[in-house]
Design a protein around this ligand. Structure first.
Ligand SMILES: [Cu+2]
Length: 468
């Protein structure tokens, strides 16, 4: 085992390599060099803007993308060049609690000039992302997020083309300057929406693909408030993974993609050169293009295998023995005891990590201050290795994408219709809907559970599940 000091000392030469996100070194004898994640500022001219906007990025480009191998230990070194403190949460990865990146809960914040080494072996293949977990409305608003792809040799050769599409809106004016990231009106309702849409920081990309090619598109919604419905024109497009986890393929038109949710899409390119395929968000009056694909060249020999991924290998809950707990999503806070508690504890020391307003709650508990000593009790206490069913009930007038850290669950029932039984780490719960999720409690620790409409998270709709 190499000490951290020795490990970091060994990086000096490697750091000369210009690529900001360097893959681990190949030598088997030395520990893999870490990916360098330099949180800092960079400029980018966003769609529809006259001037560049200053973004917060990992490694100076937007969006960052890291590719790791399933089951292989990886090291990722966060170096904070931002004036504010930060940390990295690895959304959807089932990794140890100490690596979960929640300031004051799983680690201390990483201040300006400091660094933090994340080390883990990602257990599941798929499409995930990473972002900070404090002052998140502003940090995500300025772009601090990246895609993390976990590759699995079982998927080798299934597709001819594999592309990532990161969808995010920006709250900027035409001159590139930021508008306020959040308004009370938005935070108390469906969210404060961006003014400029983007895919990979630009307008819908044009992707050239050989005629007949099997294409995989990894679509990530890293926006803080936008919910999309998906569609396509020019080819049959299916969803082959939800939140990174393989599923039996189903039509792209049958899905709503809330904040933090991901889908992997699969299609075969048309055989006629010049033919186009468009991936769309069909939520608005007019379909909004997310990607244009153009068929080119000679036809790749048809591959008759189904467009699907190998089955997800995740712990399946035993529903016969599972205990049930309830999570009530609520607007406002009505519990007098909690009101009293809030009055005492509302103002933590760290202005970046505390709520200024409270509009939302879970089980009558709001998350007002991320301070180790001032946390509300857990929403549920579970035993590691046991099966559980969580019943999430939305008592509000707005949809909420609810995310549980460190676990991948199955959505087994919905009051609005048949459940797909798909694997997820974030489930979109509609107004008045009652959803049941099933999972096996993972590693011991406090695992955050919150709405991923980030304004809802930061104005009360957050708590944690304790696994013992
Ligand atoms: Cu919400």
């Amino acid at each position: 085992m190499v000490s951290r000091r020795g490990f970091l000392a060994g990086l000096a030469g490697a750091a000369l390599i210009p690529s900001a996100l360097r893959p681990p070194a190949a030598q088997a004898s030395a520990p893999a060099a870490p990916f360098l994640l330099d949180a800092g500022e960079t400029t980018l001219t966003l769609p529809g803007c006259r001037n560049p906007t200053t973004l917060w990025t990992y490694g100076g480009s937007w969006p960052a993308e890291i590719r790791l191998k399933r089951g292989e230990m990886a090291h990722l070194l966060l170096r904070n060049h931002l004036k504010d403190h930060t940390a990295i949460h690895w959304h959807g990865l089932r990794i140890p609690n100490a690596m979960d990146g929640v300031p004051y809960v799983t680690q201390q914040p990483v201040k300006n000039g400091e660094e933090f080494l994340y080390s883990f072996a990602p257990p599941d293949p798929g499409t995930f992302f990473f972002h900070p977990h404090c002052n998140t409305v502003e940090a995500l608003g300025r772009g601090l997020a990246g895609a993390i792809i976990i590759e699995d040799p079982r998927e080798d050769g299934l597709f001819d083309l594999d592309r990532t599409l990161v969808v995010k809106d920006w709250r900027v004016a035409g001159d590139g300057s930021y508008l306020s990231f959040m308004t009370d009106r938005g935070a108390a309702r469906a969210g404060t929406f961006g003014t400029r849409r983007s895919i990979n920081g630009a307008t819908a990309p044009q992707i050239i693909a050989p005629c007949g090619a099997r294409v995989r598109l990894r679509l990530l919604n890293v926006d803080v408030s936008r919910i999309m419905t998906l569609g396509a024109a020019g080819a049959e497009v299916s969803i082959i993974a939800t939140d990174g986890n393989a599923c039996p393929p189903f039509a792209i038109t049958d899905w709503r993609l809330g904040p933090a949710m991901r889908v992997d899409l699969a299609l075969v390119m048309p055989s006629k050169p010049g033919a186009q395929v468009e991936i769309q968000d069909t939520w608005g009056q007019e379909p909004f293009p997310l990607a244009h694909l153009v068929a080119e060249g000679a036809v790749i020999a048809p591959d008759r295998r189904p467009l699907a991924l190998p089955k997800a290998e995740l712990p399946v809950a035993d529903l016969k023995s599972a205990e049930t707990f309830t999570l009530s999503l609520q607007a406002g806070v009505s519990d007098p005891a909690l009101d009293a508690w809030l009055k005492q504890n509302r103002f933590g020391d760290d202005a970046l990590c505390r709520a200024e307003r409270l509009f939302w709650a879970i089980n009558n508990k709001a998350w007002p201050a991320m301070d180790m000593d001032k946390r509300p009790p857990p929403l549920a206490e579970l035993k590691s290795g046991r099966s559980y069913v969580g019943e999430i009930v939305n008592h509000t007038q707005h949809p909420h994408p609810i995310h549980l850290h460190g676990h991948t669950f199955q959505v087994i029932a919905s009051s609005k219709g048949p459940a797909r039984g798909h694997w997820a780490d974030t489930v979109l719960v509609a107004p008045d809907e009652r959803v049941r999720i099933a999972f096996v409690a993972g590693e011991p620790g406090d695992w955050m559970l919150h709405c991923h409409i980030i304004e809802h998270q930061e104005t009360g709709m957050m708590g944690y599940i304790r696994v013992v």
